[in-house]
Design a protein around this ligand. Structure first.
Ligand code: IVH
Length: 787
């Protein structure tokens, strides 16, 4: 009879095997079927469970476990591996004619007309992977085609490459060839992180994939989100194994054994179908998840492939049909500084015209001063220009060896090239796509406002555009003339134009003057949303204009709304709120908007505040926002209830603060100290006044409204805090989390959503890991709170 322990151990072994199978199954659905079956968080939870079991029972931790993809001990150098069968390269064709020539060559040599398997030409690194009895054995780079480098440990970290093959019909010895790539998204976030840390960025996904794969420390490879697509078989033993007799069929076999195969693979029967495939992939190129530089056309029939054979290092039966180059070299002829609608000054490179990415390019944006600094541009430089898909041409880098010794650096101007006003540097915190980092981005702004002719021109063109006032017939040339003749100094002046004013514009006569006048006058009635959008406030696009109109209801409210209330409106963050407040406190823009408001009619008629804003905008909310130590939502509610008005709170006597629920002695003194400071008092009075000004008032029922906090990541989650925290007290963290809608509990259970573990976390951490509860560090918590 088995004793308890061995029974237990058997159960553990079985659990490990089951978890491994489940996770590998999810991996397959994610990477091969491209149809994830569970959320990432659930996958991570299962993986954590498996890690815990394997740590306790290392004897059951096998090399094909999904936990073994984290990288191992760094190598001293890469060993050489001789390929069992050489890794070939491909000949290229660059045009339909060249492809037809390729077709005719092979058609002459085959009894029946060849048909093709067409695939994207993935821009990564060729690797060869060996499986014995369905188990991953080793992987090598292409090297010179005969010998490559042993990258077994690095390839093991690529999650989409199976460590064990699926099914039971794979050959005992199988060599799989394919491309290791870095998906564009992974490349972007890798570079964003590098930028945030001040590290060197990779030039393109292929270099990033190569740099990540050729790491002696496979832990680095593991951290890099590499992908893989299989495109061919290498050695198969026994040779008589039941492989499909067409390449396409073999790719399907590879897929069934667990390898990702590009979803873009397609069988084509004729030259015209191949050309249509090429064109289709080229137009969708930028939407693909990975970089490609062409398509590969392979004779589909394996017997025909064998008959056609090889020349030198490339097969006769396949060719790479390449896309036009996306990068070319040219001369920098100068840099223009363009002033946009909101005054942002953008450097634009003037280039010696060059054919790149299928079009002739003579300008490339340099984005901002940081980008100029990154490129270290100098006058007369030779530059590498890139144009990918519909993307604006970019300068990738400077070819420094072509630079003349006496070349002068290109400086960012300190005065606007159009109106000579000072250019001011504005530093903005930009959230990165990955959301885990913010970086500082410097933009330069011309301070001239609408008195700058460049800003005025752009503002008018924007003002008359479809989504704003939608005025027909005010094209760029007309705008330029109106400005030159000082007929309009702000977009509002358009409405004052008479037919006499415009009759002698270039090409104008009586009829065209009348038409222009009529088309302007026809737009005197406008919705509040379009009115706000037309002002051209930085960061205020359609969605924000709509939200402002919906929630604040009238122009006066939008104009007077303090930033504390603006941020309560959906989609409006601190940065946008600041732009709005600063716009309406600038006398130049006020001149224009007030004039516009007096001229046009807003329809439908303006309303008041939305009930959503009234609900959110309650006294307790603003008490919390004062950030008085220890005063969170729970204490703010009874304080608001007791005083009813900020002015009464400021006038209160000591005894008024007694017996308020939750207002401990400590919190009370913090509050009293806060409201005794003159600048705080002024701020509070001003805030209450401006909130009342836009029609808010504190009402009893709304103060006790339970659920007025915005939905956050933490809403409804049960969070446990453990260990000691370094940047804040645990209690403070508790208050903040509660404000964000979390329930903070003191014990771990399977219902816990998140454990935040500070220094010296003990048994709670262990228990959370056992239960597979998500665990964060204090740093991760702070990051999430800042989002
Ligand atoms: S087949 C015998 N298929 O292109 C044919 N190669 O210039 C061997 N490549 O080193 C290659 N995508 O890295 C093939 N779908 C694809 C490919 C592909 C990219 C790369 C591969 C190879 C190079 C040949």
């Amino acid at each position: 009879m088995q004793n308890d322990t061995s029974l237990n151990i058997q159960a553990v072994a079985q659990e490990i095997a089951e978890l491994t199978d489940t996770l590998n199954g999810h991996n397959y659905r994610y990477y091969v079927d491209d149809a994830p079956s569970i959320p990432d968080a659930e996958y991570d939870r299962l993986l954590k469970q498996l890690t815990v079991l394997e740590t306790e029972h290392p004897e059951y931790c096998f090399p094909d476990s999904p936990t073994q993809r984290v990288g191992g001990v760094p190598l001293a150098k890469f060993e050489q591996i001789a390929h069992l069968k050489p890794m070939l390269s491909l000949d290229n064709v660059f045009s339909d004619e060249e492809f037809e020539a390729f077709y005719n060559r092979i058609n002459d040599k085959t009894a029946t007309a060849p048909t093709f398997c067409c695939e994207p030409k993935l821009d990564g690194l060729a690797v060869s992977i060996l499986y014995r009895d369905g188990v991953y054995e080793r992987a090598a780079t292409r090297g010179d085609g005969k010998t490559g480098e042993d990258i077994t440990e690095n390839v093991r970290t690529i999650r989409s490459i199976p460590m064990k093959l699926r099914g039971d019909d794979f050959p005992p010895l199988l060599e799989v060839r394919g491309e290791v790539i870095m998906p564009k998204q992974a490349f972007d976030s890798l570079n964003e992180r590098a930028r945030a840390k001040g590290d060197k960025e990779f030039v393109n996904p292929r270099n990033a994939a190569a740099g990540s794969l050729r790491q002696l420390d496979s832990k680095i490879t593991a951290s890099r989100s590499l992908g893989f697509y299989a495109y061919a078989l290498g050695v198969v033993e026994p040779e008589t194994w039941g492989l499909a007799d067409h390449h396409y069929g073999q790719l399907l076999q590879l897929k069934s054994w667990g390898f990702p195969v590009s979803a873009e693979v397609k069988q084509c029967d004729s030259v015209s179908e191949v050309i249509a495939y090429y064109t289709d992939i080229m137009t969708r190129r930028s939407a693909l998840a990975y970089e490609i530089d062409g398509v590969v056309i392979k004779v589909d029939n394996i017997a025909q492939q064998l008959k056609l054979g090889f020349v030198a290092k490339a097969p006769r039966w396949a060719t790479a049909f390449k896309f036009p180059a996306q990068e070319e070299m040219t001369l920098l002829e100068g840099v223009d500084f363009q002033v946009g609608r909101t005054g942002a000054v953008t450097p634009v490179a003037r280039l010696k015209p060059i054919f790149v990415g299928g079009v002739t390019v003579s300008n490339a944006t340099l984005h901002n001063a940081d980008e100029m600094k990154r490129l270290e541009l100098m006058e007369g430089d030779t530059v590498i220009v890139r144009r990918a898909g519909d993307v604006i041409p970019q300068i990738v880098s400077v070819v420094k060896q072509f630079r003349k010794d006496n070349a002068k650096p290109i400086e960012f101007p300190s005065k606007c090239p159009v109106c000579k006003s000072l250019i001011e540097k504005v530093i903005k915190q930009k959230k990165l796509k990955t959301k885990s980092h913010t970086i500082e981005q410097a933009t330069h702004k011309c301070t001239g406002g609408l008195s700058c002719k460049a800003q005025l021109k752009e503002s008018i063109s924007y003002f008359v555009s479809k989504k704003c006032f939608d005025i027909d017939g005010v094209g760029e040339k007309i705008v330029e003339q109106l400005i030159k003749r000082s007929l309009v100094n702000t977009p509002a002046d358009l409405f004052q134009l008479t037919t006499d004013d415009v009759i002698d514009l270039d090409g104008f006569g009586e009829l065209s003057a009348r038409n222009l006048y009529d088309s302007i006058q026809a737009k005197l009635v406008v919705s509040l949303e379009r009115f706000i959008l037309s002002l051209g406030i930085s960061e205020v696009g359609d969605a924000t204009a709509k939200s402002l109109s919906k929630h604040l209801g009238s122009f006066e409210n939008i104009k007077k709304c303090p930033r504390e209330a603006l941020v309560l409106i959906p989609d409006i963050g601190q940065e946008v709120a600041d732009e709005i407040v600063s716009y309406f406190s600038n006398s130049n823009s006020l001149n224009f908007v007030n004039k516009l408001y007096d001229t046009v009619e807003i329809s439908p008629k303006e309303k008041g505040l939305s009930s959503a804003i009234v609900k959110k905008s309650q006294m307790a909310h603003y008490i919390v926002k004062l950030e008085v130590l220890g005063i969170s939502k729970v204490t703010a509610l009874p304080i608001a209830e007791r005083f009813g008005l900020f002015s009464s709170l400021l006038d209160a006597e000591f005894s008024d603060f007694l017996s308020i629920k939750g207002l401990t002695e400590k919190r009370r003194s913090a509050l009293i100290e806060f409201i005794s400071k003159e600048n705080n008092r002024e701020y509070i009075i001003e805030l209450e006044k401006s909130l009342f000004d836009i029609g808010l008032h504190w009402t009893q029922e709304q103060v006790v409204e339970e659920d007025y906090s915005p939905v956050t990541y933490f809403t409804g989650k049960t969070v446990v805090l453990t260990g000691s925290f370094s940047t804040m007290k645990r209690n403070e963290a508790k208050g903040i989390l509660e404000d964000k809608g979390a329930k903070v509990s003191s014990s771990i259970s399977k219902n816990t959503d998140l454990l935040v573990a500070g220094e010296k976390a003990g048994s709670k951490l262990t228990k959370a890991q056992e239960l597979g509860v998500l665990v964060w560090s204090e740093e991760q918590l702070i990051e999430a709170l800042n989002e």
